[in-house]
Design a binder for this molecule. Structure first.
Ligand code: ADP
Ligand code: ADP
Ligand code: ZN
Length: 215
């Protein structure tokens, strides 16, 4: 299974990507997680990405494409993958097509997860993320068993700086301008399926599996 998840920030791409990667037995590849890990380690890549992430704008294509390319060339990605948060620009989508053509592993499906602006804002402003393993929670919709502590690894939960309301607004603008055109890009290539992201986490998961099984 080679799948891309598309959708606005906060729609639930990361949440579904973890479940889908487990279900299909393929790696979950998240460009946002890769940037946050690089930043936590203080690598040059992380320091370069930092200013864009904090501002809620996109890290330049030149940097992002190279990072994801290296990841997709690792042996485990030959089994398949769930890509989350990449591509986010037309240039990234074209670079991905080129790379996957070279590797002889074209995409099977692109899942567009859809939800209204109010829904994604409500999800983002109460998102909590594990500092240690990156697992994602929501104060109301998906709380951890013990407040402030990751169920999976015991790590500390924090609020991403870019989940502050002002930055969220900027990220949604960037999404409309840069990323939303990819829906048409993939639709015209016959790869797109759309799923209602305003349902409960489990219902979205079931809907994606059902739609993908028909492809
Ligand atoms: P994205 O990767 O698209 O930015 P996340 O998967 O991080 O989105 O989800 C954003 C927030 O919304 C998180 O706090 C997550 O727990 C919560 N969430 C995800 N999917 C749902 C859903 N279907 N219903 C309610 N809350 C959700
Ligand atoms: P979200 O959960 O809102 O979908 P991500 O965790 O995917 O956010 O991304 C966080 C930030 O990392 C983005 O706002 C951007 O600065 C950077 N980033 C992640 N993926 C990309 C990408 N494909 N291209 C450019 N920047 C990216
Ligand atoms: Zn954790």
């Amino acid at each position: 299974m080679r799948m891309v998840l598309l959708g606005p920030p906060g729609v639930g791409k990361g949440t579904q990507a973890v479940k889908l990667a487990g279900y299909y037995g393929v790696p979950h590849i998240s460009s946002g997680d890769m940037f946050r890990e690089a930043l936590a380690k203080g690598t040059p890549l992380g320091l370069e990405a930092k200013k864009y992430m904090e501002a809620g704008t996109l890290v330049p294509d030149s940097v992002t494409i190279g990072l994801v390319k290296e990841r997709l060339e690792l042996p485990d990605a030959s089994r398949g993958f769930v890509l989350d948060g990449f591509p986010r620009t037309l240039r990234q989508a074209e670079a991905l097509d080129e790379l996957l053509a070279q590797l002889k592993m074209p995409l099977d499906v692109v899942v567009s997860i859809e939800a209204g602006r109010d829904v994604v804002v409500e999800r983002l402003v109460a998102r909590r993320t594990c500092r240690q393993c990156g697992a994602v929670y929501h104060l109301k919709f998906n709380p951890p068993a013990i407040s402030g502590v990751c169920d999976r690894c015991g790590g500390e939960l924090y609020q991403r700086a870019d989940d502050a309301e002002e930055t969220v607004r900027r990220r949604l603008e960037v999404y409309s301008k840069e990323t939303e055109p990819l829906i048409e890009y993939y639709r015209s290539r016959g790869l797109l399926i759309s799923v209602n992201g305003e349902q409960d986490i489990e219902d979205v998961f079931e809907a994606i599996k059902a739609r993908v099984a028909q492809v």
